[in-house]
Design a protein around this ligand. Structure first.
Ligand code: MV4
Length: 454
C-alpha cells in the first residue's frame, strides 16, 4: 500500500483526499498557494508546503514546485484531484519519471482520451454508440461542406482538443457552417494550441448523463451506474444526482455495458467517467471520457456505498478491485448542490470574501464536503465553489425533501451564494418531476426572472 501521498490540489477536493488517506493510515502532504494558507486542506494534512503565489499558474499548475515538494517530503505518490494537473499526460509522465505513482490512468491513456476526436474514433471502433459525424478532423472547406451535407443540418463543430464546450459552434446551414468553422478553429488554436475541429449531428435538448468507472491494474473494469448532470449553466454544473430520473434499470445496464466496453478497449485503469448525451428517444451517444475523479463523485458514493477516492488509492497501490459487477447494487437516490460564492441570479457574479457566519446542516442522510469554516475568507483567485451539500434518500422524493430541509438549516453570511438558487430549484415542479434537459436551467433562469432581479 502507498504510504505518503502528496495532494496536488486545493479546497474541498484536497480535503476529501486527505480524509480518505487518514482512514487508510496514509500520510499526506498538502500543497498550498499564498492565497490558501488558511484553508482546511493546508491545516489538516500531516505536512503543508507553500508552492507559490496565489495565481494558479504559479502554484497549483506549477509542476516543478509540486514535484520538488513531493521529492523533498518523501512522497511515494501524487493525487491530482480534479482540474489543474489532473488531466496532464506530461505531469503524469514526470511523476513516473521521479518514481512517484500518479493516482490516475497512464500518461498514454490521458493523452488518447484528451484528444476528443481520437477518443471518439476509438470508442466507435470498440462498439460504443457515438454521435454520427465526420471521421476524424476536418482539414478544409470542401471536406467540411461535404461532411455536413452527409450528416445533415444542424451540425455541431467541435474542437478536437476541446471538451467542456470550449471551441464549440452550432451550424444550421452552410453559411453558419463556414463562419463557425473559422471561429471554432481560431478559438481552438488560441485555447489549446491545436486548431483541429470535427463535425457532429446536433442532438436537440439532450440530457447529460455520465457513467462512473473503476478499473484496476489487472484488467478488471466495473461501472457504478450513471449521474444526471443536465442542470448546467454555461457548462458549469450546479446540481447533479444519482441515479438519473431518465434512466431505468435496463438502460443503466446498457449504458454501463457500453462504458465498460469502451474502457476495456483502452485498457483503462483507475477512476474514470464516460460522458454521454441521451436524446428524448432514449438513445445515448458517447461524448468524451474524463480521466479523473469528478466534483460530483459523492452522489455515486452515497448510492453505491463506496468510497471512490479510497478505491483510487487502492488501485494505484496495485490492489485488485474488491468487487465484481453483480455486487454493485444501487440503493436510493442522492443529490448534490454546488455551493458557490456567486450570485446565481446576477449572472453568476463572483462574491469572494469573509464568511461572517456559517452554520453547516447535518442530520440523517446529509453530507457536507468543504474546506471552509466561519471566519474563513474565500479568496478571489479560484473557482467559486466552496462546498458541496449532498443528500441521500430512499427515493428521489425523499432526497429532495432532505435537501430542502438541509438548505433551510444552512446559513452562510457575509458573501452571496448559490443557496437561494438551490432553495428555489428544490421547489420547482419540473425539477421535482425530473423532466428536464441541458436546456432547462438557462431557460428557467430567464423565465423566473432571477437573472436580472435582486
Ligand atoms: C453536443 C450537444 C448536442 N449535439 N453535441 C457541451 C459540452 C461538450 N462536452 C459537448 N456539449 C454538447 N455537445 C452534439 N452533437 C450539446 C452539448 C451541450 C451540452 C452538453 C452537456 C451538458 C450541457 C450542454 C449544454 C449545451 C450544449
Amino acid at each position: 500500500m502507498l504510504r505518503r501521498i502528496l495532494v496536488a490540489n486545493r479546497g474541498e477536493i484536497a480535503l476529501r483526499i486527505i480524509r480518505a488517506c487518514r482512514e487508510l493510515n496514509i500520510e499526506t502532504i498538502a500543497v498550498y498557494s499564498e492565497g490558501d494558507r488558511e484553508s482546511l486542506h493546508a491545516k489538516w494534512a500531516d505536512w503543508a508546503v507553500c508552492i507559490g503565489p496565489a495565481a494558479s499558474q504559479k502554484s497549483y499548475l506549477n509542476a516543478q514546485n509540486i514535484l520538488a515538494a513531493a521529492v523533498a517530503y518523501g512522497a511515494d505518490a501524487v493525487h491530482p484531484g480534479y482540474g489543474y494537473l489532473s488531466e496532464s499526460a506530461l505531469f503524469a509522465e514526470i511523476c513516473e519519471a521521479h518514481n512517484l505513482v500518479f493516482i490516475g490512468p497512464s500518461p498514454q491513456q490521458i493523452e488518447l482520451l484528451g484528444d476528443k476526436s481520437r477518443a471518439k474514433a476509438t470508442m466507435k471502433e470498440a462498439g460504443v454508440p457515438v454521435v454520427p459525424g465526420s471521421e476524424g478532423a476536418i482539414s478544409n472547406e470542401q471536406e467540411l461542406i461535404e461532411s455536413a451535407e452527409e450528416i445533415g443540418y444542424p451540425v455541431m463543430i467541435k474542437a478536437s482538443a476541446g471538451g467542456g464546450g470550449k471551441g464549440m459552434r452550432l451550424a444550421r446551414d452552410r453559411q453558419e457552417l463556414l463562419k463557425g468553422f473559422h471561429t471554432a478553429r481560431s478559438e481552438a488554436a488560441a485555447a489549446f494550441n491545436n486548431d483541429a475541429v470535427y463535425l457532429e449531428k446536433f442532438i436537440e435538448s439532450p440530457r447529460h448523463i455520465e457513467v462512473q468507472l473503476l478499473g484496476d491494474h489487472h484488467g478488471s473494469i466495473v461501472h457504478f451506474g450513471e449521474r444526471e448532470c443536465s442542470l448546467q449553466r454555461r457548462h458549469q454544473k450546479l446540481i447533479e444526482e444519482c441515479p438519473s430520473p431518465a434512466v431505468d434499470e435496463a438502460l443503466r445496464a446498457e449504458m454501463g455495458r457500453a462504458a465498460v466496453l469502451g474502457a476495456q478497449a483502452v485498457g483503462y485503469r483507475n477512476a474514470g467517467t464516460m460522458e454521454f448525451l441521451l436524446d428524448d428517444a432514449g438513445k445515448f451517444y458517447f461524448m468524451e471520457m474524463n480521466t479523473r475523479i469528478q466534483v460530483e463523485h459523492p452522489v455515486t458514493e452515497m448510492v453505491y456505498g463506496i468510497d471512490l477516492v479510497k478505491e483510487q488509492i487502492r488501485i494505484a497501490s496495485g490492489n485488485a478491485l474488491g468487487c465484481s459487477q453483480q455486487d454493485l447494487v444501487p440503493k436510493g437516490h442522492a443529490i448534490e448542490c454546488r455551493i458557490n460564492a456567486e450570485a446565481v441570479r446576477l449572472n453568476s457574479r463572483p462574491s469572494p470574501g469573509v464568511i461572517e457566519e456559517l452554520f453547516v446542516p447535518g442530520g440523517c442522510g446529509i453530507r457536507w464536503d468543504s474546506h471552509v469554516y466561519q471566519g474563513y475568507a474565500i479568496p478571489p483567485y479560484y473557482d467559486s465553489m466552496f462546498a458541496k451539500l449532498i443528500s441521500w434518500g430512499a427515493d428521489r422524493a425523499e432526497a429532495i425533501e432532505r435537501m430542502k430541509r438541509a438548505l433551510q438549516e444552512l446559513t452562510v453570511e457575509g458573501i452571496e451564494t448559490s443557496v437561494p438558487f438551490h432553495r428555489a430549484m428544490m421547489e420547482d415542479a419540473r425539477f421535482r418531476a425530473g423532466h428536464f434537459s441541458t436546456d432547462f436551467l438557462e431557460q428557467w433562469l430567464e423565465e423566473t426572472e432571477l437573472s436580472n432581479k435582486e
